[in-house]
Ligand binder design. Structure first.
Ligand SMILES: [Zn+2]
Length: 64
């Protein structure tokens, strides 16, 4: 149990660092982004909040 808690904590730290200043694949700006797969299973994209909202109007996005 203790080990699992530690692993989770470590993983969370990694995630936070990873999303800190990555380039959004749509607008090209460095922002806090998250990664999504589209409904076709093809493209995995790093998107900022604004671009995610835009894309979600026309297609489904799945957080990964
Ligand atoms: Zn963007």
């Amino acid at each position: 149990m203790l080990k699992l808690a530690f692993w989770k904590k470590k993983n969370l730290g990694l995630n936070v660092r990873d999303i800190k200043s990555q380039k959004c694949s749509r607008c090209g700006q460095f922002k806090h982004i998250a990664f999504y797969a589209d409904e076709y299973g093809g493209g995995v994209k790093g998107l900022c909040t604004e671009c995610r909202k835009e894309i979600e109007k026309t297609r489904e996005l799945y957080p990964i």
